[in-house]
Design a protein around this ligand. Structure first.
Ligand SMILES: [Zn+2]
Length: 283
C-alpha cells in the first residue's frame, strides 16, 4: 500500500530465495526458443514466509500460511505475466503495517502487521455498523482486501520491471491494474475487489476520526489518492464493467449517480490501457 522499505529484511529474503531462482534457470532449457524468451517464460513469483518475529505477528503468519495466501497469488500472477527474473513474494515482520513493491530488491512484500491492521479494521466495522458490505468472515475479507493490494503492488512492479509509461499518478494506475485483474477473474476476484474497496472506505473513516488539519494536509500531499477516492474509483470500475449486476452500488452511500454514468467508459479505458501496455508481456 505504502511503499516504505525494510531493506535488511528484504535482503535476507532475496538471499534465501536465490537458490530457488538459480535452480530454475539452470535446470530448464528450451533450445528451440531464443535464450531471452526461454528465461522470460521460466521465471515466476516465488512465495516465501519468514518466521514471524513478534508474538503479535504469529496469528497473521498462520492465517497467510493456512490460506495459502502467497502461494495462490504467486501462482496466479505467474500465470498472467512473463517475468525477466524470479520475483520474491515475501511474508515478513516489517515493524509496521504495509504491503509494498520494492524496486531496489525487486520483490513484493506482505507485512504480517498489515494482516493485523486489516483484521482490526474489519472487526471494528462489524461492531460499529452492520452495513452488509460482504457476507464473508473478517479473515475472509482480510484475504480479499490484501489480495487486491497485492495486485496493486504487481502494477507497480510491472511498471518498473518493463519501464511502462505511467501517465498521471502511478498509484492510480496500480489501483486500475488491481481492478482489471480482479474484475476479469470473475466472481471471486470481484468479491476481493469489494473487500479492497471496503478497506479504503474504512481507512478513510479512521483517518477522519484521527483528524486534525495537519493530518488532512499530509493526506492531500500524499502520492496516493485519498482513501475515499480510491474507494469510489474501485466501485466505479466494478459497476462500469457489469452495470446490471452491480447496479446496487449506485445510490445512497455508494457511487453518486453522476459518477456512475461515466463508469462504463472509465472501465473500458482502464482495461484497454492495461491490456495494450501488457500485451507483449502476457503469457
Ligand atoms: Zn502503491
Amino acid at each position: 500500500m505504502n511503499r516504505k522499505r525494510t531493506a535488511a529484511a528484504v535482503g535476507a529474503l532475496t538471499l534465501a530465495l536465490m537458490s530457488t531462482s538459480c535452480a530454475s534457470e539452470t535446470n530448464e532449457v528450451h533450445p528451440a526458443q531464443g535464450e531471452v524468451a526461454a528465461q522470460k517464460d521460466d521465471h515466476r513469483f516465488v512465495p516465501d514466509y519468514e518466521k514471524a518475529e513478534k508474538r503479535t505477528d504469529w496469528s497473521a503468519e498462520k492465517l497467510m500460511r493456512d490460506a495459502g495466501f502467497l502461494e495462490d497469488l504467486s501462482a496466479y500472477a505467474t500465470s498472467l505475466v512473463k517475468l525477466p527474473q524470479d520475483i520474491p513474494v515475501g511474508g515478513i515482520s516489517c515493524g509496521e503495517p504495509n504491503l509494498y513493491w520494492t524496486s531496489k530488491e525487486k520483490a513484493i512484500i506482505a507485512c504480517y502487521e498489515e494482516v493485523t491492521e486489516m483484521r482490526e479494521l474489519f472487526r471494528a466495522s462489524d461492531k460499529a455498523d452492520h452495513r452488509p458490505s460482504s457476507s464473508s468472515s473478517v479473515d475472509g475479507r482480510v484475504i480479499g482486501a490484501m489480495s487486491g493490494m497485492f495486485f496493486h503492488e504487481l502494477g507497480h512492479g510491472l511498471i518498473h520491471l518493463y519501464d511502462l509509461p505511467a501517465v498521471g499518478k502511478e498509484e492510480d494506475d496500480a489501483d486500475q491494474l488491481a481492478a482489471v485483474v480482479l474484475i476479469n477473474d470473475g466472481k471471486q476476484g470481484q468479491e476481493y475487489l469489494m473487500d479492497m474497496a471496503e478497506a479504503f472506505r474504512l481507512l478513510g473513516i479512521v483517518e477522519k476520526l484521527g483528524g486534525g488539519d495537519k493530518n488532512q494536509e499530509s493526506e492531500y500531499a500524499d502520492v496516493h489518492s485519498l482513501n475515499e477516492q480510491r474507494y469510489y474509483n474501485l466501485l466505479c470500475y466494478q459497476y462500469g464493467a457489469h452495470p446490471e449486476q452491480y447496479k446496487s452500488l449506485v445510490g445512497k452511500g455508494g457511487l453518486p449517480k453522476e459518477r456512475a454514468e461515466d463508469c462504463p467508459d472509465e472501465w473500458k479505458q482502464a482495461e484497454s490501457a492495461w491490456t495494450r501496455l501488457l500485451k507483449p508481456h502476457l503469457r
